[in-house]
Design a protein around this ligand. Structure first.
Ligand code: 3PG
Length: 401
């Protein structure tokens, strides 16, 4: 990959894809460490007198965190200590007028790329490059920088379309993260434990399957949505919760999950108790996930997972095991993170929510082997997959434009 060291950017319009996808509570975007990472590249380009046009996504269509990027501009400005102007448009006349006005060293953040259907078209990069979104913006720029390592496992228009049309470079975070992850993934000693949680079961399932089938981990500790799916696959009754999982399309993995659990049940651990909100909004625990909505693993599960972590030599923590943002549901994530911090195991952690949780619980970063801004991208990498956005940068380095 070419990096910022290879880019002559003074006076050029540079499109920079960052990942500032942040935890959102009640419509408010949190100041996650991803802003700091993104600010480094943005600031460097602005200091080197580029005209910086930033692209980013937030959330997924239909989810509560699928919001505009207005707040993100303020959070990025704060970290970069430079004004980041926001425009609520991506490639329409408003956005193009702002790009045309941009002066050397100035920074513009365009609208959430996922508000536009072309971003998530399921077609190869050559076709993504032909979308109105990519072709219009590329015609206004001279270079593309991808600093969104944590979205590198997605082949979406803003990630793999531009390198087809513009000389492309890895941003500072992208280059650093890719180097680190390549190094650590090969250095994991047994017993290896994967802690799989969060709200994205597709990523967790991919890793669970790869790790179990290829003997890459000794224990797979499940929680969150993947934990619930594993419980169903074990034959537990999740009542109305199952309907919600079905509506979300998550249950389609169940036949494969059932087969996996039959074969590797001893390695795949599921929660034995759960926390929910009682009628007064206070944390209560139960042994069944079938009743009220579950917001955290219960204390028995948390302690059992902590014990397994203590005996391990390497731990990969994919995401919080509960809704740690709410004080009454932080217990599970805090116990698991503290167990990782105090163990002698080499640890690898990642994901936007993970970074926020590490800060919230005051986890000593020096006790963690590598902290990545990426969740799904690390999962894809650990699952033996290629990262399309990295491939696109590598291909660009060989290409004449
Ligand atoms: C993440 O938060 O893991 C990245 O921003 C990618 O988000 P996605 O899983 O919605 O593509």
């Amino acid at each position: 990959m070419k990096t910022l060291d290879d880019l002559q950017c003074e006076g050029k319009t540079v499109i920079v894809r960052v990942d500032i996808n942040a935890p959102v509570t009640d419509g408010v975007a949190e100041d996650s460490p991803r802003f700091k990472e993104a600010a480094e590249t943005v600031k460097e380009l602005a200091n080197r007198k580029a005209r910086v046009v930033i692209l980013a996504h937030q959330g997924r269509a239909g989810d509560a965190d699928f919001i505009p990027l207005k707040q993100h501009a303020d959070l990025l400005s704060k970290q970069a200590r430079k004004r980041v102007k926001y425009v609520d448009d991506l490639f329409g006349s408003k956005a193009l007028a702002e790009i045309a006005k941009l002066k050397d060293g100035k920074i513009l953040l365009l609208e959430n790329v996922r508000f536009y259907a072309e971003e998530t078209l399921d077609v190869p990069p050559e076709k993504l490059a032909k979308t109105l979104f990519v072709s219009t913006l590329a015609s206004r720029a001279q270079a593309f920088v991808n600093d969104a390592f944590s979205a590198a496992h997605r082949s979406q228009a803003s990630l793999t379309g531009f390198p087809e049309l513009l000389p492309s470079y890895a941003g500072r975070a992208m280059a650093r993260e890719y180097a680190a992850i390549s190094k650590v993934a090969s250095a994991m000693e047994r017993p290896v434990v994967f802690v799989l949680g969060g709200a994205k079961p597709d990523d967790c399932f991919k890793l669970l399957k790869y790790a179990a089938d290829n003997n890459k981990a000794d224990y797979l500790l499940t929680s969150g949505v993947i934990g619930e799916l594993c419980l169903i696959a074990e034959g537990k009754d999740l009542g109305a919760k199952r309907v919600w999982l079905e509506e979300k399309g998550y249950t389609k993995i169940l036949p494969e999950l059932e087969a996996l659990i039959k074969k590797h049940g001893a390695q795949i651990k599921t929660p034995v108790d759960f926390a929910y909100k009682d009628s007064d909004g206070i944390r209560a625990e139960t042994e069944s996930a079938a009743g009220a909505p579950v917001f955290d693993i219960g204390s028995r599960t948390a302690k059992a997972y902590a014990e397994i972590i203590k005996r391990s030599r390497a731990v990969y923590f994919k995401g919080p095991v509960g809704a740690y943002e709410q004080p009454q549901f932080e217990l599970g994530t805090r116990i698991v993170l503290k167990a990782i911090e105090s163990s002698h195991a080499f640890s690898l952690m990642g994901g936007g929510h993970t970074l926020s949780a590490i800060e919230k619980f005051g986890i000593n970063r020096k006790k963690i082997g590598h902290i990545s801004t990426a969740g799904g991208a690390v999962v894809a990498f650990l699952s033996g997959e290629r990262l399309p956005a990295v491939d696109a940068l590598e291909k660009s380095a060989q290409k004449e434009y």
